[in-house]
Design a protein. Sequence first.
Length: 278
Amino acid sequence: MSSPLLNYYIGDSKLLRSSNFSTSNFPDGKILYEIIRVIDGVPIFLEEHISRLLTSVIESKSTSTIDRATIAKTLHLLISQNKLSIGNIRFQIIVSDSTNMFFAWIVPHKYPSRELYEMGVKTETINIERINPNIKAFDSKLKDQLDEIRKQNNLYELLLIDGNMNVTEGSKSNIFFIKGTTLYSPPLNQVLPGITRKMIIKIAKENDIEFVEKVITLNDLNSFASVFLSGTSPKILPINRINNHTYQTKNDIMSLISKSYNKTLDEYVTSFKWSNYE
């Protein structure tokens, strides 16, 4: 778990100096978390991220006294005191039988280069199934394992395969497939309900692009023309290879969705007001 960037972090809902940060200060318990992107000082899709975090608390059969207003207030404090313009923030609730505490800090980010958006990225599948994909819970051992596999094989992402040999999602992203004029993605109950994923589906419907939630098997992978990842950091990122299957990184539907998504981000930044969260 990376240390905070810049001068301050949030510990137990309080603003603290980053020089005093230590995970040893974290209480024992289940870690439920979000990564949110900041553009021009604005936390992108803040309401959706807060809602997903609180849903994770409920889905994990936990309870928390930390509410939406508190989360928004502390994130505003973190961004303003660090004078953060561009970057990523990790915020989390640690829940246990005896306590629940809120932490947030600025984490290192690595956004795809222009070349990766043009050329696409290499991925491979791995037989791993999340116990409950609808909960965004931190598993340090699994994260370290997947990071090492990605590094050793020069992969951008690993795609998870469940016990029925279905492709579900990336280890830190959602995935979409294109065949003809139709956009496909694995069913919501198989994946983390990605916020970027939700926006892409909305964009597809607004532009009369047929969208189908469909179980995608390993055998289906050779039937698609284009495939892309979606997420907080990658936004809409073409895949050029899954295992031995290759895909087109230039696709009219993918291009339209990408341009519309970037426009959505611009409009969100322009219209955002912290006063809406007071």
